[in-house]
Design a protein around this ligand. Structure first.
Ligand code: PXP
Length: 245
């Protein structure tokens, strides 16, 4: 099974919000990512709206032609928004206002009743549901219990182990994701993964049998800022030259 790529375009919105103007537009970035061959677009509508805005998600729904995965907190307000916009999938993530990025997986095991209710509401409205969890037995079991269709393994610890260069830590984290993918499949849960994946470390996770999709943001958007820069600078020079007399 070919592993799919979902491109997370939040960072484009972060650049836009640095100036609170209209560009760069994450919707344009999503279309370019689709033209480059990605299989889906992921956007995280945070409760503090620090990057992606409601308008972005609504426009993405209308414009993209692949698969829209909306990451959001497990709250009644966000569920209502999702029902209104109808993404193909919602990924429930933990949210902490002070964090720079999503720091750990959702503790599904700690709030099964509340999550089961929210997930049922989403599924009754034709939205597939994924939960972003650490690769741990209790969390996989709880994800089955709450009725999720997918789990997304948080690969943050794996990518940190890769950066630290510890073969022992790296193989422990890869094994955890491998084992939990097998367990998920026994429970009929489909498995995705993401967070901190980059051009160097992605092969370890892409090689795991049963992983369907990888959601990647930072490394792709960061690289686009560099390898896409050549053209952006030349176009700006052209625009300046045209104005010169
Ligand atoms: N998956 C989830 C659930 C996330 O919250 C994020 C970060 O927003 C990602 C994947 C992508 O992580 P990164 O930007 O490190 O590739």
């Amino acid at each position: 099974m070919a592993v799919k790529l979902g491109v997370n375009i939040d960072h484009i919105a972060t650049i836009r919000e640095a100036r609170k103007i209209r560009e760069p537009d994450p919707v344009t970035a999503a279309v370019l990512a689709e033209l480059a061959g990605c299989h889906g677009i992921t956007a995280h509508l945070r409760e503090d709206r620090r990057h992606i805005q409601d308008r972005d998600v609504r426009l993405l729904r209308g414009v993209i032609t692949t698969h829209l995965n909306l990451e959001m907190a497990a709250s009644q307000e966000m569920v209502q928004f999702a029902i209104d916009v109808q993404p193909d999938m919602v990924t429930l993530v933990p949210e902490n206002r002070q964090e720079i990025t999503t720091e750990g997986g959702l503790n599904v095991a700690a709030k099964t009743e509340e999550l089961a209710r929210l997930i049922m509401t989403l599924k009754n409205n034709d939205i597939a549901v994924s939960v972003f969890i650490d690769p741990e037995t209790d969390q996989v079991k709880a994800s089955k219990k709450v009725g999720a269709d997918f789990i997304e393994f948080h690969t943050g610890k794996f990518s940190a182990a890769y950066e630290m260069g510890s073969i022992q830590d790296l193989s422990r984290e890869v094994s955890a994701i491998q084992d939990m993918t097998v367990l998920a499949s026994k429970y009929g849960l489909r498995a995705n993964a993401g967070h901190g994946l980059n051009y160097r470390n992605v092969g370890y996770i892409a090689a795991i049998e049963g992983i369907e999709e990888l959601n990647i943001g930072h490394s792709i958007i960061g690289r686009a800022a560099l390898v896409g820069m050549d053209r952006a600078v030349k176009e700006m020079l052209d625009a300046i030259r045209r104005a010169e007399h």
